[in-house]
Design a protein around this ligand. Structure first.
Ligand code: BES
Ligand code: MN
Ligand code: ZN
Length: 481
């Protein structure tokens, strides 16, 4: 389809007949009856010019690919609009197309027609008039494809039922990915976690017959000078099922708790792309995988757990389990003396109450790292909003009998959770992302389908890319001693 003037005129006329005004989220289908090089045209509204961002395109492409699949199309030709940020737009288009193609149907045995129906498996990009293809565009498309695929990989991990996404299976998935991507991997079992004195992690894991797994992925640059640099540590919550433990959740709340490992899925997805990007500094991924279950061996309310750092914690609610596991894992990650720690966790329902289901909360006191993460999130089209680690809520976790307790009251619940985590990262620049809302959605939208979203993969990858660009433009940076 060459977009010459005559054809454009015809399309505009047909679009008008369809009542298509290009509003955001508006989609129109036009049959071409052989008049164009394609059989059908899907028009995707991009909304008001002043509100345009690459994310608008990403969402539109998701809608477009979903529509094309409903039409049983096998090939999609995408006309790239002539916009200012062409590189970011190309990336968004490819990510939107890959993410919009995602389906989780591995457990469906009925509705086979739907499963075996033709789907778009070839996408062709048409550049705007007057724009020539160059090598950097190929690179952009390749990275965007890798990011989209990695987010789909994360979605698969999140959508898998907890019975078949146990800590052991999650560790096996990490192992397969690491092998494929060329990343280093250590998986520690219960005995090793005991040796590491991760008393909070072990406390949570106790109630389940599933063995906990501590997963450590690492990317090391080939250049020894780069390998010596301070690493970035990515930490993901990996509760493969959160029943609440003895503080049992009601059924409705428990139903979606197979998704309580979405933080680790984001870290695994991001590491997969980072292995390809090969940044000039090491990157580590850490996750403490276990189930939170009630049983005769479960940790009790009132128990005191001793963390790896030696701090003691009185358990006032066994459903505040994520912070316990994360606390020990963050302390371990911090021992590498990283330049930055970013953790992602489906940590609190309170964060959904505060920001709604589409926006993640960000916590941390290092303004520089905070802005880097917020900018990376904005550029990648993931919505993240900073919440305060206010001192006014610091005392909520004071315990009568131990150094602290693990849960406060309902008020400011995501803030007190972040205060708890802060105890385990020392002075290291750290950002905590509470992704309880956007890690999975109950409504499809744009490039998202119901269930896991892969939220966090794009922000983490963008953060690493920006850090790489910063290091590469820094002149004569003295080596780390
Ligand atoms: N995994 C949950 C948080 C959550 C809730 C994620 C809803 C996604 C949707 C977490 O472990 C939890 O149970 N948090 C409690 C903390 C409370 C007991 C202090 C919560 O949010 O209610
Ligand atoms: Mn919980
Ligand atoms: Zn949880």
């Amino acid at each position: 389809m060459k977009s010459d003037k005559k054809m454009r005129g015809l399309l505009v006329k047909l679009a008008q007949q369809e009542g298509f005004k290009g509003k955001a989220e508006q989609t129109a289908l036009i049959q071409t009856h052989g008049k164009l090089g394609v059989s059908r045209v899907i028009l995707l509204g991009l909304g008001a010019r002043v509100k345009f961002t690459p994310e608008v395109l990403r969402l539109a492409l998701g809608r477009g690919i979903k529509a094309a699949n409903r039409l049983r199309a096998k090939t999609a030709v995408i006309q790239v609009p002539g916009v200012r940020e062409l590189d970011a737009s190309l990336q968004a288009i490819v990510e939107g197309a890959v993410l919009g193609s995602y389906r989780y149907d591995k457990w469906r045995t009925t509705n086979r027609d739907e499963k075996s129906a033709p789907r778009v498996d070839k996408v062709q990009l048409l550049l705007p008039d007057g724009v020539k293809k160059d090598k950097s565009m190929d690179a952009t498309v390749a990275i965007a494809k890798a990011i989209g695929d990695a987010a789909c990989f994360a979605r698969d991990l999140v959508n898998e039922p907890a019975g078949t996404m146990t800590p052991t299976i999650l560790a096996e998935q990490a192992k397969a990915m690491a092998k494929d991507a060329g990343l280093g991997l250590h998986v520690f079992d219960r005995k090793k976690i005991e040796e590491l004195k991760m008393g909070m992690f072990l406390g949570v894991a106790r109630g389940s017959v599933e063995e906990p797994k501590f997963i450590h992925l690492s990317y090391t640059p080939a250049d020894p000078a780069h390998a010596k640099r301070a690493p970035v540590a990515l930490v993901g919550k990996a509760i493969t099922f959160d029943s609440g433990g003895l503080s049992l959740k009601p059924s409705e709340g428990m139903l979606e708790m197979k998704t309580d490992m979405a933080g680790s899925a984001a870290v695994l997805g991001a590491m997969k792309v980072i292995a390809k990007l090969k940044p000039p500094f090491p990157v580590h991924g850490f996750m403490g995988a276990c189930e939170n279950m009630p049983s005769g061996n479960a940790y009790r309310l009132g128990d005191v757990l001793v963390s790896r750092l030696g701090k003691t914690v009185e358990i006032t609610n066994t459903d505040a389990e994520g912070r316990l596991v994360l606390g020990d894992v963050l302390a371990y990650a911090n021992e590498l003396k990283p330049a930055a720690i970013i953790d992602l966790a489906t940590l609190t329902g309170a964060c959904i109450v505060a920001l709604g289901p589409w926006v993640a909360g960000a916590f941390g006191e290092d303004d520089q790292l905070m802005w880097s993460v917020l900018e990376a999130a904005r550029a990648s089209g993931e919505e993240v909003w900073r919440l305060p680690l206010t001192d006014t809520l610091k005392d909520v976790l004071k315990s009568e009998i131990a150094d602290m307790k693990n849960a406060g009251d309902r008020n400011g619940g995501s803030i007190t959770a972040a205060h708890f985590l802060k105890e385990f990262v020392g002075d290291t620049p750290w950002v905590h992302l509470d992704i309880a809302g956007p890690s999975n959605v109950s409504k499809e939208k744009g490039y998202m389908s119901r269930g896991g979203t892969g939220f966090g993969v794009r922000t983490l990858v963008e953060y690493i890319r920006r850090r790489t660009a910063e290091l590469e433009t820094a002149v004569d940076e003295p080596a780390e001693s």
